[in-house]
Write a protein that binds this ligand. Sequence first.
Ligand code: RP5
Length: 161
Amino acid sequence: MPTVAVVCGSRSDLSTLKGCFDVLDGYGITWEASVISAHRQAGALHAYVDEAERAGVQLFIGAAGLAAHLPGVLASLTARPVIGIPLDGGSLGGADALYAVVQMPPGVPVATVAIGGVGAKNAAHLAARILSLSDPAVAERVRTFRADQAAGAELRIDPRA
Ligand code: RP5
């Protein structure tokens, strides 16, 4: 079983998650992805979380659109960290999913990232930072990523040159 389990609510969500998978790969973090709908397959979701926990998954990423209850249900089923990605799937432009994912009741936290593809990438970056607390190899890759990002962003303009 991999370190990170990514669960989304529909096959239609998978293309948005590519950035998440790529970033996890970049950090050398093992992952698996499953389509299990909180609304359509509640029993299967419960069974999957039990199995994943027993097998040693350390962190869950949940992604869903519309009335996006999947990340919250994940957080109800596990004590491991859950990161939620609200997806832009409907006429409210993802605001519906954002509210559903972020507005969890006290004691059942979901670390919520931005809507859509940006959030998908940041879910993986946040997972890496959490895992880096106990994995020195991932911590080193996070350090390298941040240094490269800063170097790539730097721009100095000297009109005298
Ligand atoms: C949510 O409903 C899914 O996460 C998806 O974003 C949205 C639409 O699902 P489909 O009708 O495409 O299966 O549960």
